[in-house]
Write a protein that binds this ligand. Structure first.
Ligand code: PRP
Ligand code: URA
Length: 289
């Protein structure tokens, strides 16, 4: 209890310093930051997911089409990227390692992966085929989605890609669509929709609408993300019930600023170094013990 109070107080002091350093233009950021402090406290007190001893996937009650991946490796990498002390270099390195796992797990769940018996040099193995990259289009929600899309492209460089630029308004957290560029035959392709954060679900639902208008069927969309929350999973279950979801983490809730708790803060700002390191929100450095 005392440790929780100390953590919250430390967060509050850091965020108050940011307010002084940014007297204008930082209101929404500050709200988010203060909420991040509350998130840190909640992270200590909330029930934590137990790490699995091997890779496993569970279906959450909020969305029957979702799978939450769990393994000791994912748990270890998630700990680094959630830790607010993690500096930018370690954040980028660790996110890229985690996304390599997520990309492989997503690709392996595509319907063109079929059972296949192969011969090893020493015997018979009940395996599966690799998917045909020409039947796949990876779509990212710019900006952070591009990080995950590149992880998918490192596995299958010849697949098609599409871009949808959606940004959450910093004051309202409502998504705004700015641009999309899709291949002409997208309606015939299996879609891997990439965006690391599923918060309210507004951005993902807007991207799904863009895809549906281009003729894509909901059941042909697999949405992969790093952290999700009950609110986002429920929104997708209600408004896009056939979209499949694969995530590395299901957190407890959204705070008032619509940030995920415990979450990891602003995914894109931490990866690209846009905001928060110089301001003391994150990146002070963590020791390895
Ligand atoms: C983040 C994230 C999602 C969105 C999730 O993007 O990458 O796109 O928020 O929130 P939602 O589920 O409530 O819509 P953001 O708009 O902050 O842009 P960024 O990728 O440039 O950081
Ligand atoms: N976008 C982020 O980067 N983080 C959140 O917690 C929610 C949306």
């Amino acid at each position: 209890m005392r440790a929780t109070a100390r953590l919250w107080a430390a967060s509050f002091r850091a965020h108050a310093a940011v307010k002084l350093a940014h007297p204008t233009g930082g209101r929404r950021r500050l709200a988010a930051a203060a909420a991040l402090g509350a998130g840190a406290a909640a992270a200590v007190t909330s029930t934590q997911q137990r790490p699995a001893f091997c890779l496993s996937a569970s279906v959450p009650k909020e969305n029957s089409k979702a799978e939450v991946l769990s393994s000791p490796g994912i748990h270890m990498l998630m700990t680094v990227i959630r830790d607010k002390r993690t500096d930018q270099a370690e954040y980028v390195r660790t996110v890229d390692r985690l996304m390599a796992i997520l990309a492989e797990e997503g690709i392996a769940r595509l319907p063109s992966v079929k059972p296949q018996v192969i011969e090893t040099p020493c015997g018979t193995y009940q395996g599966v085929t690799s998917p045909d990259p020409h039947t796949i289009c990876a779509v990212d929600i710019v900006r952070s989605g591009g990080i995950l899309l590149e992880a998918v492209r490192r596995v299958l460089p010849e697949l098609k890609t599409a871009k949808i630029l959606i940004q959450r308004n910093e004051e309202t957290a409502l998504p705004m669509l700015y641009y999309s560029k899709l291949p002409p035959n997208i309606s015939k392709l299996q879609i891997i929709l990439c965006d690391p954060m599923l918060a309210t679900g507004g951005s993902a639902l807007m991207a799904i609408e863009v895809l549906k208008k281009a003729g894509v069927k909901e059941e042909n969309i697999l949405f992969i993300n790093v952290v999700s929350c009950p609110e986002g999973l429920t929104a997708l279950a209600e408004k896009a019930p056939l979209v499949r979801i694969l995530t590395c983490g299901l957190d407890t809730h959204l705070n008032q600023a619509k940030f995920i708790v415990p979450g990891l803060g602003d995914f894109g700002d931490r990866y690209y170094g846009t905001f928060g390191y110089a301001e003391g929100l994150w990146g002070a450095g963590r020791s390895r013990i």
